[in-house]
Design a protein around this ligand. Structure first.
Ligand code: SAM
Length: 243
């Protein structure tokens, strides 16, 4: 019998990963037994098959039409599951390349009956480029993207002018881009890049916050973030709207 996990999981094609600088390094993290079961049991329901040749039929993928939010890099998916449950009227299209994280979110979706999440275990940059149309997104979430601290790695950071322009073009007018980071130099880069993108307008109006937004209520505080805040570390949210 075909293992549904292998029917839905797709390793990158040889060479694909050499063409472009990636925002991640694929770690060979161990998929735990619970996550493995989640792949088997819930994969067919929640995983989408990446297909560079076909735009995604989102109504078919979700079984309904609703505002579409793209999340890039959900990690272990705890915040994602919480957000989807507090916003049942929205569809969440979630991309992550780290396999144990995909297993963890599948487990949450299956066990908690979260119907408004679909998952690509694939590079979000490629999903955006090949499977999603311009003006098709109502929101984009990128929470705590890898900060790539060393300057020789800055080129791997997701938030760069060309990618932000692509994100902006994929948003519908009035759609939002929400970024969060706990690394101040990256927050500053984010603010500079987003401010320079003519398609985007900053929603932050409180001059005291210096261009950053108050944390929107739907974004839960993660355990990690909570610990950091108690130690006096900062977190910066940025919320921009497509003009
Ligand atoms: C530092 S983690 C943050 C995870 C989560 N958002 C959180 O707040 O805990 C960044 C995640 O983004 C994922 N990632 C990085 N680049 C990606 C890409 N191009 N497509 C999909 N996932 C990506 C990484 O695998 C990693 O799990």
């Amino acid at each position: 019998m075909t293992d549904p996990r292998h029917a839905t999981r797709q390793p990158p094609e040889e060479g694909t990963y050499l063409r472009q600088i990636k925002s991640y390094v694929l770690r060979t993290g161990r998929v735990g037994p619970g996550q493995q079961r989640a792949f088997d049991q819930f994969g067919p329901r929640f995983l989408l098959r990446y297909d560079a040749a076909q735009p995604l039929d989102t109504a078919a993928a979700f079984g309904r039409t609703a505002p579409l939010i793209l999340e890039i890099g959900f990690g272990m998916g705890a915040a994602t599951a919480q957000i989807a449950q507090t916003r049942p009227g929205d569809n969440f299209l979630c991309c992550e390349v780290h396999e144990p994280g995909v297993g963890a979110l599948l487990k949450l979706c299956g066990e908690q009956g979260i119907e408004n999440i679909r998952i690509f275990q694939h590079d979000a940059v490629e999903v955006l480029e090949h499977q999603l149309a311009e003006n098709s997104l109502d929101g984009v979430h990128i929470f705590f993207p890898d900060p790539w601290h060393k300057s020789r790695h800055h080129k791997r950071r997701l938030i760069q002018p060309a990618f932000v322009n692509r994100l902006a073009r994929h948003l519908r007018p009035g759609g939002y881009l929400h970024l969060a980071t706990d690394w101040q130099p990256y927050a500053e880069q984010m603010l500079e890049v987003l401010n320079a993108e003519p398609l985007l307008a900053n929603t932050a109006t409180d001059a005291g916050l210096g261009g950053y937004a108050p944390k929107p209520d739907y974004r839960p505080l993660t355990k990690f973030e909570n610990r950091g805040l108690k130690l006096g570390h900062g977190v910066w949210d940025l919320v921009f709207i497509r003009r």
